[in-house]
Write a protein that binds this ligand. Structure first.
Ligand code: SF4
Length: 482
């Protein structure tokens, strides 16, 4: 596969128009060239230790308007860039032991939240590698889930997958099961279609298997297929990345999610990539090349008819985006997370299940508790910031939704901040919403940090230039908590 003529030049000129150096001088981008994704607010790493008594007094009324997330931690091996909680104990007996606890946890959550009908608006089964469950355990899991949660109002049932697990007789059986239980979207971790990069990443599949799995998913009739691709890994150049993108978009996928390699973890687990970066930073592409790869994502996607319908998700249409991300990041729905290391947001309670070891998770379940070991009760200020951070990054802030969620006017709280960001061409405002411009969208995670409490930022004040967009200086004195 060849890159279309002029593609690299187009990406270079797009990037030049965004002027990242100017934004570094203004204090928006950190001087250490590192990246921290704005996924959760407050960030997971900042939750204090708490047990399940944090839920005392919670009257949760959203049983028919929430997102259900279930975590399957087993993986065939650990990828080098992985910062997630995974388990390599994956024999059928070990899978069953995990499912035993998951079943108990589902019932315990339902009872703790008042019982009755639980009807999620969307479901995401993530991992780990959920599709590593052998067919027998996969059936058991899907039965336990669908007998406890009603799917009647569920708009998307999505499962994360790894290519090699969807091939062969077992793969075909898994796909048949997923489809028969109502799964209508698969989000598959492909990461690259360059075998050299895949090997350095420690992925358990090669490019051929990824392409075969894409075919298998389409043949199985699963309605929507999204793949994940990572740019910025050692050995990845702008040219090889452009070829990988062209190859991916020439397949039958409906969407892909573009990830910049995360060197700084967003949770507690630290993947081998951080150590590798500290030892050998020169092995990693320069920041200029990383930005060029990101710009290529935009240029190549748009030339192939894929639009950025949701931040970093390029798709053939809005129905192919992740509803988990949309409903949580944009509509601010509650999330009920079940399984080791899962995260839940229920009203003003934000909690994290233990992520240390399976042994600890099992012992907490066997002791009759919910496996929560960290959490916080959000303050009014947390809600005001979260209601700006997540929507501005993902899609745009609806002023009406902000008013409903926070009981105050967005303009009253953030007017000064928005004017400053407008001055740099990063946001635009209408009567109904505030959203990112094309330039702002390119630096969406960093613009979102303009709405953080400085105490919640991942990098210190001196990591940024002393400009008007230094997030420590910009926000600390200007939030009007009405
Ligand atoms: S990156 Fe995904 S597939 Fe790889 S070890 Fe981590 S959770 Fe498993």
């Amino acid at each position: 596969m060849k890159v279309r003529q002029g593609t690299l030049d187009q990406a270079r000129s797009l990037l030049a128009s965004f002027d990242p150096d100017g934004l570094k001088d203004a204090g928006l981008l950190p001087r250490n060239d590192l990246f921290f994704p704005s996924i959760y607010y407050p960030p997971l790493t900042q939750y204090p230790e708490r047990d399940d008594s944090i839920l005392d007094g919670l009257e949760w009324m959203n049983r028919d308007r929430f997102i259900l997330y279930v975590h399957i931690p087993q993986c065939p091996s650990r990828c080098n860039y992985c910062h997630w909680v995974v388990s390599l104990q994956n024999s059928p007996a070990e899978m069953d032991a995990y499912l035993d606890r998951l079943e108990v946890e589902m019932d315990r959550w339902k009872s703790r939240l008042g019982g009755g009908r639980f009807a999620p608006r969307s479901i995401l089964i993530g991992g780990g590698t959920p599709t590593l469950l052998p067919p027998k355990q996969m059936r058991r899991f899907l039965e336990m889930l669908t007998s406890r949660f009603e799917l009647a109002d569920c708009r998307q049932f999505s499962v994360e997958a790894e290519p090699a697990t969807l091939l062969g007789a077992d793969g075909a059986e898994r796909l048949k099961l997923l489809s028969s239980f109502g799964v209508d979207r698969i989000s598959m971790g492909v990461q690259s279609l360059d075998d050299g990069v895949l090997e350095r990443m420690g992925r358990p599949h090669d490019a051929r298997q990824a392409l075969d799995a894409i075919e298998a998913i389409k043949t199985a009739g699963i309605g929507s297929l999204s793949i994940d691709l990572i740019y910025g890994f050692p050995g990845c150049t702008a040219e090889t990345w452009a070829v990988a993108l062209e190859s991916a978009l020439a397949t039958g996928i409906d969407a892909y999610q573009l990830y910049r390699l995360r060197i700084v973890p967003h949770g507690d687990k630290v993947g081998p990539v951080k150590v590798q970066y500290e030892r050998q930073p020169e092995a990693f592409p320069s920041l200029a090349d990383v930005y060029l790869m990101k710009a290529l994502g935009k240029v190549v996607s748009e030339a192939r008819g894929f639009k950025e319908n949701f931040r970093r998700i390029y798709s053939r249409g809005p129905s192919h985006i992740s509803y988990y991300l949309r409903d949580y990041g944009c509509r601010l729905y509650d999330v009920l997370g079940i399984g080791i290391s899962s995260w839940s947001n229920l009203g003003d309670r934000t909690v994290l299940n233990t992520g240390s070891t399976l042994k600890r998770y099992y012992s907490m379940i066997d002791d009759g508790r919910l496996p929560i070991d960290r959490g916080l009760i959000q303050t009014r200020e947390d809600r005001q910031r979260k209601s700006a951070v997540l929507p501005i990054k993902t899609y745009g802030i609806s002023k009406e939704r902000y008013r409903q969620f926070c009981g105050s006017e967005f303009r009253d709280v953030y007017g000064e901040r928005v004017r400053e960001l407008e001055r740099f061409g990063l946001v635009e405002e209408s009567d109904l919403c505030v959203s990112l411009t094309e330039r702002g969208g390119f630096f969406a995670d960093e613009v979102a940090m303009q709405f953080y409490d400085p105490a919640r930022l991942p990098f210190g004040k001196n990591s940024y230039a002393d400009g008007p967009l230094n997030p420590h200086r910009a926000v600390s004195n200007r939030l009007v908590v009405g």
